[in-house]
Design a protein around this ligand. Structure first.
Ligand SMILES: [Zn+2]
Ligand SMILES: [Zn+2]
Length: 342
């Protein structure tokens, strides 16, 4: 099969012919229809964040496709089924899995990180972790549910716990942040979207943001002042979705006393915290990682019923051979979500 091979940081992916994965009894082989292009991959390629599997390897953790073959023990899928593969597979028996927090499984295996991923014609996954995609959902665009939609869903619902009427400031309206905006709005939040790119802020408005702030060239103080004046002193919740140390620092400062900052974006940098302010105002800071398996059917139903939109977020489509162009576009910040289609 054809796959985009990652040979190490600071070099383009190379399209090569490799062996099609062999499945075990509990796994399914999936003919990939599409795979979302994620910042996490850019961290491996551009910033030297190490993958657990040593390169050469296949990246890509946001795939949808058609089941090609099922292992001997698989009972929940048959060949020909439309399937969504989540980015992380859980062990099912560690303390966190038993608590229903499989997204922080102590033995998690991430597609395109611990094992070969889905920038390839075929990929495989444990059947127990995979989700059925209904006929009404577009197969290719639905790939972004795997991560770009599910990660914001978990952050909004389970971690930040956005309630109707809550003011929610979202820092960063990229491929993940834009879905934080639309899911927080769907949950009844009054969303203030912050970004530095006008077209992203316009899309954020279309997806439910009440206010937008273009932070380009603005001082931190001015941004905070604007948020405080829009929210009567500070937002109930802030969610940072880019992993920029500057906006991470702004997050807890943008919430009112008793407010919550939820960190969704990844950075390998440390960020200073004003501990006195945190203490005196009882501000909570929570991390948010991925999504629990139990939430995927709910997300899929929200997409099916139009409460979450895929089309405005999937801005670009590339063939596997053009995958490096997709990453160039991501680096320029000109796309929301690109998908690789097969
Ligand atoms: Zn991702
Ligand atoms: Zn586990």
């Amino acid at each position: 099969m054809k796959a985009a091979i990652f040979h190490g940081p600071n070099q383009p992916l190379k399209i090569e012919e490799v062996e099609t994965p062999q499945i075990e009894a509990h796994e399914i082989l999936v003919k990939v229809a599409a795979c979302g292009v994620c910042n996490t991959d850019a961290h491996y390629i551009d910033h030297g964040v190490p993958t657990f599997k040593k390169p050469p390897m296949i990246l890509g953790h946001e795939p949808s496709g058609i089941v090609e073959e099922v292992g001997a023990d698989v009972t929940n899928f048959t060949a020909g089924d439309r399937v969504l593969i989540p980015p992380v597979f859980s062990c099912g028996h560690c303390d966190n899995c038993r608590l229903g927090r499989e997204n922080i499984c102590l033995n998690m295996v991430m597609l395109g990180n611990h094992i070969d991923g889905a920038y390839a014609e075929y990929t495989k996954a444990p059947a127990k972790d995979c989700q059925h995609l209904p006929e009404e959902l577009p197969l290719e665009e639905s790939s972004i549910i795997a991560d770009a939609i599910s990660t914001p869903f978990h952050a909004v619902k389970n971690r930040a716990q956005v309630k109707p009427g809550d003011s929610v400031v979202v820092f960063g309206c990229g491929g993940v942040g834009m879905n934080v905006v639309q899911i927080a709005a769907a949950a009844g939040g009054s969303v203030i979207a912050v970004d530095i790119v006008d077209f992203k802020l316009e899309t954020a408005k279309k997806l439910g943001a009440i206010h937008t702030i273009n932070a380009k060239g603005k001082e931190d103080k001015a941004i905070l002042k604007e948020i405080r004046s829009l929210t009567g002193g500070g937002a109930d919740i802030s969610i940072e979705a880019i992993g920029n140390p500057k906006t991470i620092e702004l997050g807890p400062a943008a919430v009112k006393a008793g407010g919550c900052h939820c960190q969704v974006g990844y950075t390998h940098h440390s960020v200073p915290v004003n501990a006195g302010r945190l203490m005196f105002r009882e501000i909570e800071i929570k991390g948010s990682l991925g999504c629990r398996p139990v939430d995927y059917p709910k997300i899929i139903e929200m997409v099916r019923t139009g409460k979450i939109q895929l089309e405005p977020v999937v801005t670009h489509r590339f063939k596997l051979e053009e995958i490096n162009d997709a990453f160039d576009l991501l680096r320029k910040g000109e796309s929301l979500r690109s998908i690789i289609v097969f």
